[in-house]
Ligand binder design. Sequence first.
Ligand code: MG
Length: 282
Amino acid sequence: MKIILFDIDGTLVKAGGAGARALNHAVESLTGHKNACDKVQLQGATDKANFENAFKVGAGRKPTKRDLAVLTQRYVDRLPSEVLASVKAKKYFKVKGVEKFLAKLSGRKDLLLGLGTGNLKDGAFIKLEPSGLLKHFAFGGYGCDSHHRSVVLQKAVARAAKLAKTAIKDGDVYVIGDTHRDVEAAKEAGYHSGVVQDGFGDPELLMRSNPELMAKDFSNMKPWLIWLGLQKDPRGVRRGTYICPDSPIEHAHYGRTGMDLRDIELGIKKLRAAKRAVSDKK
Ligand SMILES: [Mg+2]
């Protein structure tokens, strides 16, 4: 059983800033401070962390538990109208090719699709609602689960294991996101990582985070399907295996995951053992 976890903002949809507007509204209603989100790096972080930081900008102090509860409620109350405003202004988009990609993956018995997002569960559903993509996801890990994205992902996998009534191996989990934080969280948890470059990620940070796969969007499904091990690689590369690179590009593409590094180490050990066996015979 393979598990594929999708981030929402910039990976499935772009909600035209609806989340930031809703949070701005919530902070302003509590503290009187306008546009608090201008001073907070929202992308790739969890809502829990974003709410705390935005509140701090507005109030000049850390929020109490009660402050956060009220802030969260005001955010969730405001979000539907902000998402609708984005749709009306034609600023709500699905990431290119995602609909066909999800349709292709849905219905396979060897896959479970879930959400792995920094959004609160309510916020995630509200943001995805106009896209019609929600039907593809049976479970998820959300921003209300933890401050740490890797824990959010692990929660999602635990829920998937419950649903599938089977243990899930870390190597069978594929995380798809759009920022370096998605990649870092996936690696921290020991999962595979792939990113769309057409989201909200900083290109340089994305590069440096070294995901296993980078693609503009989902309009060309082939690299995604090969990465997921659902389609044979025309070049005969077994996924998760380090191959001697023919070119620097191939090296970057196939040879930079933690798992690959372990393969190299194992390969070197095997080589040494073989060499020793030969020299012992002499
Ligand atoms: Mg994102």
